[in-house]
Design a protein around this ligand. Sequence first.
Ligand code: ADP
Ligand code: MG
Length: 364
Amino acid sequence: MNQNSLLKFNLSMMIIHSLRSFSLMKHIFYSMFIRSHHIISLMLLACSLQLSAEWQIEDAAIMGTTIRVEIWHKEASVRQQGIDKVLEEMERVNRLMSPYIEQSQLSKINKYAHEGPVEVDQDLFELIEKSQEYSKLTNGSFDITYASVGHLFDYRKEVKPTEDEIAAAKLLIDYRNIVLNPEQKTISFLKQGVKIDLGGIAKGFAVDRSIRHLKDLGIRHALVSAGGDTRLLGDRNGRAWLVGIRDPEDTKEVIVMLPLQDEALSTSGDYERFFIEDGKKYHHIIHPTTGYSASTVRSASILASDSTTTDALSTSIFVMGASKGLELIDSLEGVEGVIVDQQGKLYYSRGLEQEQKNSQTSSN
Ligand code: ADP
Ligand code: MG
């Protein structure tokens, strides 16, 4: 991976705090709390708020990605407790679920679950259970056993398996190969060689848990973001947060800007972790039926009330493609989405399309 792609790594979304980004925007949604003439002042406000003493911002590198926490609270000690809690939670989820840590429970599952049931913590059990629900909902597009093929790739080192290896390993991709025992809290696999990876849902889960900790501390205004997964608690001093979705064609640009509060947003993009060989792009989102990277869209962004949902669905919709993806989004209560296809065409879910029309009418 070259320097440039390292910079692009895991930055599918940006929180807008600068006027420079404003000039790059192609689309803006105005929600009920924002009128068009407020936008510029809002941007300036966002800049000045960064300097406000009652906001504390912290960045960290955990779970192979960039973690950002922004907290507003009058008391510095509460802000610091909030930051500490979030970082601890991210570390905890990483220790439990990382496929790169040999001692993690996830690694133990991958090592022993084909021999017999492996007992796991409640959180891990429930997240695997939830992953299975998304597999059913998406007709197998979301499938944590994708890792049976996925673990053969190393995107940083530009390592890929041979065609034959992919053909053999993809036969192991099937979420029905995972057996859950809710009484014993155990996981077992029906076949040898099956592997799981929660990379498509665990960061969202960690963000949700972090937000729960912040609420418990009495914090009412915060942002927690882990790579492509962001959740906003409350607003930013009476105004919505402005969250930009990157243009997959040029990830320094913003293609859509969304004013949000009390909402989660996740983006899955083909520009996050990839390498190109012989003109073909190999990236980290695997189509479970082909065993190769899903390739009909370039990014899928999902809005909902929690990050576990948006994380799982952004990965799922990326695999499903624009038409089937939108159909699924529109069938789900409280879920919206923005998809960018290979040609750069933008697709909005029904609710966002309506909101855009309303904002155009009100700004005319
Ligand atoms: P990230 O924020 O890491 O880019 P995404 O939410 O975009 O994550 O999901 C990509 C990750 O999901 C991959 O890195 C991989 O761990 C996992 N993944 C890839 N393909 C699938 C799939 N078909 N179903 C479930 N998870 C997947
Ligand atoms: Mg995801």
